[in-house]
Unconditional design. Structure first.
Length: 108
């Protein structure tokens, strides 16, 4: 099993962002897609803390981008365009520790 010390360090701050976004929504059945799920450590914590959400993990291995830079997501603007083309709007971008960002998209 893969374990990332970094994912272990920042899952609580990510959960805080998500709990804030999903405040007062626990009466609804929600669906969330996590991009860049990596080890899966985060999505497991999210599911434990927010069981009213059905979590769908997904990932494009970073190593595959070394083989073909066309794979994966080149930057936030492209991600935003892809999302918009698929009925999602970038609702919030939260700066996290270690220069990471948490991007929240919502269905239009
Ligand atoms: C820091 S990890 C996120 C941690 C993850 N949520 C976890 O629980 O382990 C970043 C993940 O995003 C993926 N990733 C990195 N760059 C990417 C890109 N340009 N496009 C798509 N996925 C990417 C990597 O494969 C990696 O698994």
């Amino acid at each position: 099993m893969l374990l990332s010390p970094q994912a272990e360090r920042n899952w609580e701050s990510l959960c805080s962002v998500l709990e804030d976004v999903l405040e007062d929504q626990s009466h609804r059945q929600l669906f969330a897609l996590e991009l860049g799920s990596g080890t899966g450590q985060h999505v497991i914590r999210f599911a434990q803390k927010m069981p009213f959400v059905t979590w769908q993990p997904s990932d494009i291995e970073e190593a595959s981008r070394e083989r073909n830079p066309e794979w994966g997501l080149p930057d936030i603007d492209v991600l935003r365009q892809h999302a918009y083309g698929n009925g999602l709007r970038l609702e919030r971008m939260v700066e996290m520790e270690d220069y990471y960002k948490c991007l929240i998209f919502r269905k239009l």
